[in-house]
Design a protein around this ligand. Sequence first.
Ligand code: SF4
Length: 322
Amino acid sequence: MSVINKEGRIFQWGHDRRFNAYSNYFRSLYGARVQKVSIDAGFTCPNRDGSRGSGGCTYCNNDAFNPSYCLPEKSVSQQIKEGIEFHKWRYSEAVSYLAYFQAFSNTYAPVETLRKLYREALDFPDVIGLIIGTRPDCIDNEKLELIKEISGKSYVAVEYGIESCYNKTLKRINRGHSYEEAVEALEKSASLGINTGAHFIFGLPGETREEMLNQAEIISKLPLKTVKFHQLQIIKGTAMEKEFQLNPADFQLFGWDEYLEFFIKFLERLNPAIVVERFTGEAPPRFLTGEGWGKKRTDQIVSLIEKRMEELDTWQGRLYKY
Ligand code: SF4
């Protein structure tokens, strides 16, 4: 829905950007820019240690996404301190921070360990909340109760790696969980009033472009507050890199022009109530196999997509079927 008044066009999320943007969402909650600071708290992952699977997801190399200040040898407080210094240099405007437990599965430990680590982050000055990245099979009632308890006092969101709505894909990339388990985790979390996020990848092997696009309708029905999307990037040293080298024809990696048009079509079909945090991923070029998209930074990509949406006079949810 959009309203045109003499100042311009205002969408149902309350501003004139053509999608329900994460940065604006936090601005509306806190009145200022809020910045995420990543943490590697030394967790591992049940899809690596043998309890759920071994070898991990075929595309996984956490080093490709972890900022350099994130090292599990450092305490949570030290990582937040260094992260804030890093971001202050880049974004002088940020005044509040979200501690982002990012690396591996950040609910994969006993509840008392989680309580201690989350508390340490929340006690750091200027940290107003937590984002907890995890797998759908790393959550249970006790952990959700802890998160609910913290949610009562600070902003807290659990961000689930879901990656695809299709079990055939999840199997192929060795995720070690099903789509149904992801839905169950989201529903349980949302029923307790916990903010939920999810992460998806476009371009996974075995999926057609049409199947990828159809996920907009499926994702739109999930109890999600926020969502992140990445285009598939093949990271050096992963099982997927080997697969790619053996059978490149199995992979249809998005070129930039194609992704731009695809992603806009996807956004047009996505529930406008879902806040969109990311459109693309940005692994450093030294980790990438293949060409990548040149030197485009995430903020430039967002501007290019918004500019194209202006040209097409379209917006998130324009084709969403209520
Ligand atoms: S669940 Fe996450 S950390 Fe574990 S193997 Fe998959 S991508 Fe890597």
